[in-house]
Design a protein around this ligand. Structure first.
Ligand SMILES: Nc1ncnc2c1ncn2[C@@H]1O[C@H](COP(=O)(O)OP(=O)(O)OP(=O)(O)O)[C@@H](O)[C@H]1O
Ligand SMILES: [Mg+2]
Length: 135
């Protein structure tokens, strides 16, 4: 969030951080932070008129549960599967690479990723990563 906050604030986007206190450190590869950055960028890009991005982190048993929620355009149910495909994009300047990288990084950390979305209302991406997974 620190990396992109200033840029998006000027586009009318506000960030809310909802980080549970006392979370253990996630041991993983160095590519885990860029994966979450991709989710934050997507969330911001889904809100051309601005809005709130809520970033949450909490522990669920032995998993870190990381949530990025936006109030953006949303994704139709039939497109949710496709959105992780390489080169799938609906943005004129998009490459469609972002989420396929996220998907692979999450897999390499034995994690899962879930999408909850409602067209016209917003999207919540939920990544769960085991606290000990470095490979
Ligand atoms: N938070 C979101 N809300 C609505 N649609 C989304 C969201 N995140 C992803 N999508 C959809 O999934 C598509 C693929 O996302 P992905 O991050 O892979 O590529 P991109 O953002 O289009 O391009 P890139 O990340 O390479 O710049 C997006 O073009 C968009 O249609
Ligand atoms: Mg993207």
């Amino acid at each position: 969030m620190a990396l992109v906050e200033a840029e998006w604030q000027s586009q009318g986007i506000r960030f809310i951080l909802n980080i549970a206190p006392g979370l253990p450190t996630l041991k993983g590869r160095g590519d885990a932070p860029p994966a979450s950055l991709n989710l934050v960028q997507n969330a911001c890009q889904a809100m051309p008129a601005g809005g709130v991005v809520t970033i949450g982190a909490r522990a669920e048993q032995h998993m870190l549960c990381l949530e990025v929620a936006d109030e953006g355009v949303g994704i139709a149910p039939e497109d949710v599967e496709r959105m992780f495909a390489l080169y799938y994009t609906t943005r004129p300047d998009g490459t469609g690479i972002g989420l396929s990288i996220v998907y692979r990084i999450v897999q390499m950390h034995d994690g899962t990723i879930d999408v909850r979305s409602e067209l016209g209302h917003g999207t919540t991406m939920t990544v769960r990563l085991p606290f000990r997974s470095a490979r």
